[in-house]
Design a binder for this molecule. Structure first.
Ligand code: C5P
Length: 300
């Protein structure tokens, strides 16, 4: 018996960040779009909880109890009075420490997979509650599509999307730590008045219309200056993608993956090729969104 769950990556088309709260987190207006790059989490019964991982970045994935997939299995098991004795295997295609919610995807995927394997029958609300305990982006990995996240980003409202958006992603040669990027955001903003984060009406309208030009004009990421401050070479990647004809270029979440919105699959191929040729990134991928959230892909 085993269960495999497929979970998408995300790009933040808007990431508005408020001042640091007393609990260390920041209030956000976070517009998530799930895109078609996936991790697959397979869970099988085992003598004890263990995690394995395959994929190009597998050597950077922690295999101990700090892995969000392991923490998800433990959290669900504890709530249902059982042991979390499973083997969690992660087939990783989402970049590690890349600002695309790869770790969050594995947490949401393990939760859905364990729920199915164990026949726990947890409600959607219970799963979302566990996701929010695991991390700010984990609830979105569960639901996918497009959503506005407020609070830490975990309080979600699903958004209508009127079309498919084509993206190119440039993966960097190293990762960035999310807490470090938020700390840099705080440092850069010291002494300034940071407004409360609000979702952009233009951006939500562009998503609802499925209009890539309008979306390109409305995207924003308040963490981008902080990511660029810690990783200045990213400016060259953004410039290379813009020069190659991307409608817009931005850092994905806390980075360092950079995201390029393009009009159609042909321009995606051209921008991807130009980015690779520029030598400003490690690898490139194309993907479209919205993509569905955590979904059971195989069971038996
Ligand atoms: O929630 P998660 O564990 O993914 O957050 C990782 C880190 O990112 C937090 O410890 C915090 O430093 C930062 N963060 C934040 N405000 C948010 C979300 C994350 O400051 N809304």
């Amino acid at each position: 018996m085993s269960v495999t769950v497929r979970v998408p990556a995300k790009v933040n088309v808007q990431l508005a960040v408020g001042a640091a709260r007393t609990d260390g987190f920041h209030d956000l207006a976070n517009v998530f779009l799930a895109v078609g790059l996936y991790d697959e989490i397979t869970v099988t019964p085992a003598d004890e909880l263990r995690v394995t991982c395959e994929g190009p970045d597998a050597d950077q994935v922690p295999l101990d109890r700090t892995n969000l997939a392991a923490r998800a299995a433990e959290a669900l098991a504890e709530r249902h009075g059982r042991s979390p004795d499973v083997h969690l295997h992660i087939a990783k295609d989402i970049p590690v420490a890349g600002g695309m919610a790869g770790g969050s995807a594995d947490g949401a995927g393990a939760l859905v997979a364990c729920d199915a394997l164990w026949g726990t029958g947890a409600s959607r609300d219970e799963l979302l509650e566990i996701c929010a305990e695991l991390g700010s982006d984990v609830p979105f990995s569960l639901v996918g599509g497009a959503a506005l996240g407020i609070g830490r980003g975990e309080q979600l409202t699903p958004l209508e999307v009127g079309g498919t958006f084509q993206w190119v992603f440039a993966m960097a040669g190293r990762g960035l730590s999310t807490p470090a990027v938020f700390r840099e955001f705080d440092r850069l903003g010291e002494g300034t008045d940071i407004p409360d984060p609000v979702a952009s009406g233009e951006l939500l309208a562009a998503l609802a219309k499925g209009d890539p030009d309008a979306l390109a004009a409305a995207v924003s990421n308040d963490l981008q200056p902080a990511a660029l401050s810690l990783f200045p070479e990213l400016a060259g990647t953004l410039a290379a993608g813009r020069a190659a004809g991307a409608l817009t270029a931005l850092v994905s979440g806390s980075g360092p993956t950079t995201a390029f919105l393009v009009r159609d699959p042909e321009s995606a191929a051209a921008v991807a090729q130009a980015l690779l040729a520029s030598g400003t990134c490690r690898t490139v991928r194309t993907a479209s969104g919205p993509a569905p959230g955590a979904t059971v892909a195989a069971a038996g």
